[in-house]
Design a binder for this molecule. Structure first.
Ligand code: SAH
Ligand code: SF4
Ligand code: F3S
Length: 458
């Protein structure tokens, strides 16, 4: 029973031999979404065809997230659902951060899993499929020194005018609640030349907006074309010189890596959008210390002051954790006060989830679930109110919208403002990827509606 290398006898696919169709399902952060896209592009380059939904594909890749308990548990219920009416199932690969954290344990808990592959080794997926077909164990959670990027095929034509581009991976910060340093490994920056090549390929494929990604994207360091050392702002300036690129965004930043150069770029680089996702997690210095964030509320606010001085219209976004071990009512009220002071345009907020192996999981004074529930509700009510307030302020203004996708109604298109708000507009003659001026007519919590500026003038 416990012979992990025993060949599996369940028919893995409907057809004998290699899988011909696949489906990749990604959970978690944008970097995981990016990885899912790269996996799909790689399987496509192998001659496999993507299918719309899971169970009918010959191969299903679950690209998982380990950040909170619920996200991690979801994997197992998803695996259980991958069974067809005729009793067969697809070949199943578990990729992403759960794969990295749990490794071979996954196939022991869920024997129908054929392949386990971590975020730094998914370029080996074709080889792992081969091993599975030969009945061999296919677990690869290595963090090889040579980056996977060199082994992946180039970027093909993209379906949408916006794309993600991972420039930095891993994290050395070790916040006491977080699994990322363990699942994604040490901080590494991709070389500028590789990033520029990938950006050019995306632009050739019709992309107009690139979002640069990293667990700590603003910690990126590298060398310019002449071999001079430079920081993240230098990379942004180099990208901004690429013709055809209309908009640059980036996420996620750490407050301690917000350099003056990057802040200045927000004032000077037109293509850099006025939006900053800068997680603070808590408004209490005692909690920030216990979290090992290495910044204070005051140092965080000082950064925001500088950013707002450089780019007064910047939209701010953040992440919050409520109920970190030891969080008192007063600590939580400090978070509420910070939120009221900053007035974020949007934000993500979570109940603290103890993650095995992280220091915070073993701390005393864990906060009861009912207290976390109540705090999260209050925090989210405040954050939502500010989001509505931010969106409402756009009503009556004319803003440039980059059209990203088709809407549900005839002629309707959906695009984004520079401040990352979704806008619905009727623009039958406009193509995706077009930049159009739109007059904002109304605002809801999650989107705006507007009309084409020219139409009004006519
Ligand atoms: N590198 C980024 C974000 C990493 S994870 C940063 O440092 O800001 C995204 C968010 O998930 C975090 O910002 C945090 O708010 C949340 N998160 C991480 N671990 C968590 C945990 N154990 N419980 C609850 N939320 C968590
Ligand atoms: Fe996690 Fe902290 Fe690293 Fe962000 S900075 S990925 S929260 S350890
Ligand atoms: Fe989740 Fe891994 Fe991203 S744990 S948030 S998928 S880095």
């Amino acid at each position: 029973m416990n012979r992990p290398f025993m060949p599996k006898h369940i028919p893995a696919t409907r057809r004998p031999g290699a899988p011909a169709t696949f489906h990749v399902k990604s959970f978690g952060c944008q970097m995981n979404v990016y990885d899912g896209e790269r996996m799909a592009e790689m399987l496509g380059a192998q001659g496999m065809t993507p299918t719309g939904e899971g169970v009918d594909a010959d191969l299903v890749v679950l690209n998982t997230c380990h950040i909170r308990e619920k996200a991690a548990e979801k994997v197992y219920s998803d695996i259980g659902r991958l069974r067809r009416d005729d009793g067969t199932r697809p070949m199943i690969a578990v990729a992403g951060c759960v794969a990295q954290a749990e490794g071979g344990e996954i196939s022991r808990r869920a024997p129908s899993v054929d392949i386990v592959v971590g975020p730094q080794s998914y370029h080996n997926l074709p080889e792992l499929i081969g091993k599975t077909l030969r009945g061999e164990s296919a677990v690869d959670t290595d963090m090889p020194l040579a980056s996977k990027f060199g082994a992946l095929p180039g970027r093909p034509k993209q379906a949408r005018p916006t794309a993600f581009l991972t420039i930095q991976e891993g994290c050395d910060k070790f916040c006491t609640y977080c699994v990322v340093p363990y699942t994604r490994g040490a901080e590494i920056s991709r070389p500028q030349s590789a990033i520029m090549d990938e950006a050019k390929a995306l632009l050739d494929g019709g992309v107009r907006e690139i979002t640069l990604l990293g667990q700590n994207v603003n910690a990126w360091t590298g060398e310019d074309a002449a071999g001079r050392a430079q920081g993240f702002d230098g990379l942004i300036r180099a990208l901004a010189d690429l013709p055809g690129l209309a908009r640059i965004r980036y996420t996620t930043s750490h407050p301690n890596d917000m350099t003056d150069g990057l802040i200045a770029a927000h004032a000077q680089v037109d293509k850099l959008m006025p939006f900053l996702h800068l997680p603070v997690q808590s408004g209490s210095n005692a909690i920030l210390k216990a979290m090992n964030r290495n910044h204070t509320v005051e140092s965080y606010l000082a950064i925001l002051d500088k950013v707002r001085a450089a780019r007064p219209d910047i939209a701010l976004s953040g992440d919050f954790i409520v109920g970190f071990p030891g969080e008192t009512d007063a600590d939580f009220e400090a978070t509420m006060a910070l939120v009221d002071q900053v007035r974020y345009s949007m934000a993500y907020s979570f109940k603290y989830s103890p993650r095995p192996g992280t220091p915070a999981a073993d701390m005393g004074r864990q906060v009861p679930m009912e207290v976390m529930d109540e705090r999260l509700q209050r925090l989210q009510a405040a954050l939502n109110a500010h989001q509505v307030e931010f969106n409402t302020a756009a009503v009556g203004r004319r803003v440039p919208i980059l059209l990203e996708r088709m809407g549900r109604f005839p002629g309707q298109r959906i695009g984004k403002t520079p401040w990352l708000q979704s806008v619905h507009v009727i623009a039958p003659d406009a193509a995706l990827g077009d930049m159009i001026d739109v007059d904002i007519l109304s605002a809801g919590p999650n989107s705006l509606a507007g009309e084409l500026a020219e139409r009004k003038a006519a």
